[in-house]
Design a protein around this ligand. Structure first.
Ligand SMILES: [Zn+2]
Length: 72
């Protein structure tokens, strides 16, 4: 018969694995087209996605909200 403490530990590991999987499941950003992905109108370099950290934060917040609402 398994030790209840072992079971509890296994469950904790499962939750941790799940959380890590979610962390890794960050969606890929679309390729840059020379404009800030937050559609603020700023021109950016092609190897960048956002003109500033505020736009990146905004964009991520909107994406997260869309995922929550099942839009994405
Ligand atoms: Zn921007």
């Amino acid at each position: 018969m398994p030790d209840p403490a072992d079971l509890a530990e296994g469950f904790g590991q499962l939750v941790l694995d799940c959380a890590l999987t979610q962390l890794r499941a960050v969606p890929k950003l679309p390729a840059s087209n020379g404009n800030c992905l937050n559609a603020c109108g700023e021109k950016i370099a092609y190897d960048q996605h956002f003109c500033c950290s505020e736009c990146r934060d905004d964009f991520e917040r909107i994406q997260a909200a869309k995922r929550r609402n099942g839009v994405l």
